[in-house]
Ligand binder design. Structure first.
Ligand SMILES: [Zn+2]
Length: 117
């Protein structure tokens, strides 16, 4: 029998802390909240949760989980330990992972807007 391995796919993701410590707020999560795909649920009796509508039904993210946007734009949560076993960071294409972008003559640079190296 032939053996197969998964092709590497690049996904967008961020760690959701659900508090003021939240460092990243990508535009796609802001849009998903605006259009109702993602809901922030909190009541006094339990901690804040992020509820994501997916094709398989509602998935709930707890603080510290990663929120992933897959290749087809689908959003789903992932437990941090599983995420860290499954994914590794890839270099930013805008700045080639340097965190800085130089002007055309190499005199000035600015921080890359796409990553925070
Ligand atoms: Zn970059």
């Amino acid at each position: 029998m032939a053996k197969y391995r998964k092709k590497p796919v690049v996904i967008d993701a961020f760690k959701w802390t659900g508090d003021r410590e939240q460092l990243e707020d990508p535009i796609w999560i802001v849009e998903a909240i605006a259009n109702g795909t993602v809901t922030i649920r909190s009541d006094c009796s339990s901690d804040v949760k992020l509820v994501v509508k997916t094709l398989e039904g509602e998935m709930t993210a707890n603080r510290g989980d990663y929120i992933i946007r897959g290749v087809k734009g689908e959003i789903y949560p992932c437990k941090a330990d599983i995420f860290e076993q499954t994914y590794e960071a890839v270099g930013c294409e805008n700045c080639k992972g340097k965190g800085r972008v130089w002007d055309c003559v190499g005199e000035y640079y600015y921080d890359c807007p796409y990553c925070s190296v």
